[in-house]
Write a protein that binds this ligand. Structure first.
Ligand code: ADP
Ligand code: MG
Length: 727
């Protein structure tokens, strides 16, 4: 009997839901453990407070004396809340978060002690960073890495540690993390969006990009997850026969949340409140044991930090509830995978949403400007946008008929499509007063009404306009949002920069009025980027064919998708926007490829191990039972046994066949892996993608067949129905 599986099942059946009390109103909990504006006002001197605010709003430097003051206040605040340690909290290129805790405690002369934390410790640290991926940056320059305080994301306390969000850079200045390029991209979008905003509002001073992510995840009983080493090592199941019941009855989506899961969510929400993560919605998702959580949107840098923090906290809180959270994009074959929709918009400092039409014709033209420029940016950089969400795990989800395909397109709904179609007819050059009135009243003037009753939603589009924001739906649930957000904001910033240049030329050289110039440029953009607009079924085969005709890329695998990141066009773009230089771009390309290769390598090893060391022996054991039974039947019934034991004999042969296939395929896979391991970079990733990965499904097929034949009490792996339906 398979002891681990049945012990785990027993354990999971005996679970009782953890009691969760609502100690205080959520609004009272909110931000309690964050050194936010409110806490700073209480703890900082007026000048220190203003200095930090200026750093947040205008990016000014905080001088050393002020940093000392802030550090002391931060320490006092943290200690008053029970913190004993502090850490620079950063996001190395592993995609996860990193932290190294130091105690505030310091001894004086060996006998006395005190709590200490000064500006130097706040502003900059040098973690031993040699084990983080650098893509060769540090080797090339023989430089060390340091973390530096990012005052735009407030410090917070988790458990008993004061966490200070920081960037992570080499001494030579190259970014070694995901946050630094993101901050630079946000600077670029601020600069260029503000410049365009000035056409509509002379006093515009700042534009923030906003992000509201929606995190999907699976919750699996911890004991059951522990019983499957594929889940532990790779985050997904590499084997498992589809259960009789999956999601075909649609009875999980938005259904009542199971008690244990509900209590986990309430616990998580309370912790999120303390950490200032404004979580708002929770619900069941389509697949059994799949859920979603979404906050109120925030400025992008903060939203990205909050998502990374939340993913970390989720894992810890899940343990308390004897759950394991799966963030993998496709943990189970045959049922939906998980994504992380990135809702994105632009907002001025007074909170005006630039992707929302306004009350005046000018405000509507402003909306249209940002709307069309975003579509144009996606068109010009569709392949790069695809690359921004590429990963080994997301490859299993994209195009699997539950998630957008690997083709990027923009959905805007039929009514806005009509508006854009009409705008293609705007007169070239100067506009007559009649035309201007018509445009302002009848075409763009109608936009607010259109959006009010715009219920048009296309769930199959990777990039959909949803009334007042774009929803980037191809992002994977495991992805660090910093990567797609860096790319999206960079391409839109570049587009806005080009737009401004073109409009200014028309105003200065062609003597057009501002609105005429804008209409003229937008008209051309609408015509140029038509190919990226698609309103139909993104999951259909016909779209794949149509997209090919339109010349859109369809990079189905990560190695194919990533290549564009080191193309001249993309490197030039990032250099021009001062987001990353070629060294930083190439380093990321290398790291992402390597991560891809390693993930497939691990999957291949784990699969080979499970198939040959767990499944095959059990199949042989069961086959022996059948053989024994057949022998006994022969002994008693003589030649008659051939009829009586017909089923057994057939099964013995089928099992033999599957065992032979599993062994042969596993050996071939090992050979393919050995060859792939001798290669480097893109060649190795391609070899894994094209020569190793295809064995996964083949080996799985035979193992899953055996699962349907072998005595259930012998089967070593916890089955899908147990993983997915044990609450
Ligand atoms: P749904 O798409 O489920 O109908 P909403 O459209 O209200 O729900 O919002 C979905 C997500 O979009 C939420 O996470 C929300 O925070 C985010 N969102 C709403 N407005 C914006 C915005 N201006 N910028 C970025 N994200 C936004
Ligand atoms: Mg959504």
């Amino acid at each position: 009997m398979s002891t681990i599986r049945f012990a785990a099942l027993q354990e999971s059946i005996n679970r009782v839901a953890l009691k969760i009390e609502e100690k205080e109103k959520r609004s009272v909990l909110f931000g309690k453990n964050v050194f936010n504006k409110h806490a700073m006002q209480q703890y900082l001197t007026k000048s220190a407070y203003e200095s930090v605010m200026n750093a947040i709003e205008k990016g000014t430097q905080i001088d050393r004396k002020i940093a000392d003051q802030v550090a002391v206040s931060m320490k006092d605040w943290a200690i008053s809340k029970g913190a004993t340690h502090y850490t620079h909290w950063f996001q190395p290129l592993t995609g996860a978060t990193a932290e190294k805790h130091d105690a505030f405690f310091e001894s004086i002369n060996g006998s006395l002690a005190m709590e200490k934390f000064d500006g130097e410790q706040l502003v900059q640290q040098e973690p031993d960073a040699s084990s983080f991926p650098s893509g060769g940056i540090r080797n090339t320059f023989e430089a060390r890495g340091y973390t530096a305080w990012d005052p735009t994301s407030p410090a917070f306390i988790f458990e008993t540690t004061l966490c200070i969000p920081t960037i992570f850079v080499a001494y030579t200045g190259e970014a070694l993390d995901n946050k630094t390029p993101l901050l630079r991209a946000l600077q670029a979008i601020d600069t260029h969006a503000t410049a365009v905003c000035k056409y509509f509002d002379k006093n515009a001073t700042k534009v923030n990009a906003t992000l509201g992510w929606e995190q999907e995840y699976f919750l699996i009983d911890d004991a059951l997850a522990q019983s499957r080493h594929d889940i532990l090592m790779t985050g997904r199941t590499l084997l498992g026969h589809t259960p009789a019941k999956g999601q075909q009855l649609d009875d999980h989506y938005f259904g009542s949340i199971p008690l244990r899961a509900m209590n986990f969510m309430r616990d998580l929400e309370q912790e999120s409140m303390l950490l200032g993560i404004p979580v708002k919605t929770r619900h069941n998702e389509v697949a059994p044991n799949q859920f979603e959580l979404a906050p109120i949107f925030e400025e992008v840098n903060l939203a990205v930090d909050h998502n990374s923090l939340l993913m970390d906290v989720m894992g810890k809180i899940a343990r308390r509830h004897h759950f394991k959270v799966l963030f993998h994009e496709k943990p189970f074959a045959g049922i939906n995978g998980s994504g992380k929709h990135n809702n994105w918009s632009l907002s001025t400092s007074d909170g005006t949403n630039l992707l929302s039409p306004g009350k005046t014709p000018m405000k509507n033209l402003q909306f249209l400007t940002f709307f069309v420029n975003t579509i144009k940016a996606v068109y010009e950089n569709e392949e790069l946008l695809r690359a921004s969400i590429a990963s080994a795990s997301n490859d299993y989800r994209l195009g699997a008929n539950e998630a957008p395909p690997a083709i990027m397109s923009v959905f805007i709904g039929s009514q806005l499509s009509n508006v854009l179609d009409e705008l293609e007819n705007v007169t070239i050059g100067k506009l007559s007063p009649e035309e201007k009135t018509d445009l302002k009243l009848n075409i763009i003037g109608k936009i607010p009404e259109i959006l009010l009753d715009n219920t048009d939603r296309n769930r199959t589009s990777p990039f959909a306009f949803t009334g007042n924001k774009f929803e980037f739906r191809a992002v994977g649930s495991w992805t660090n949002c910093a990567i797609p957000m860096t790319i999206l904001n960079t391409i839109v910033a570049k587009q806005l920069k080009d737009f401004k240049k073109e409009v200014d030329v028309l105003i200065d050289d062609k003597n057009l009025k501002k609105d005429e110039a804008i209409f003229n440029v937008l008209r051309e953009y609408i015509k140029q980027c038509k190919k990226i607009r698609f309103e139909g079924d993104g999951y259909s085969e016909s779209w794949e064919k149509e997209a090919k005709k339109r010349g859109l890329s369809n990079n189905k695998t990560t190695p194919e998708a990533l290549k564009v990141k080191i193309s001249k066009k993309v490197i030039d773009l990032f250099q021009e926007m001062e987001v990353m230089n070629s060294i930083e771009m190439e380093a990321r390309f290398e790291i992402e490829l390597e991560e891809y290769t390693k993930r497939l390598q691990i999957e291949s090893r784990v699969l080979g191990d499970i198939a040959r060391n767990h499944i095959v022996p059990v199949a042989i054991k069961y086959q022996n039972t059948l053989l024994e039974n057949t022998k006994n039947l022969k002994e008693i019934f003589g030649e008659e046994y051939k009829n009586i034991a017909k089923e057994q004999i057939e099964l013995i042969m089928i099992i033999s066949n599957h065992i032979t296939e599993i062994n042969a395929l596993s050996l071939q896979m090992i050979e393919a892996r050995k060859k792939a391991n001798l290669l480097h970079g893109l060649a190795s990733a391609n070899a894994y993608c094209n020569n190793v990965k295809p064995f996964f499904d083949q080996i799985r097929y035979h193992c899953d067949k055996l699962e349907t034949m072998v005595d259930d009490s012998l089967w070593p792996l916890t089955k899908y129905r147990e993983l997915l339906f044990t609450r």
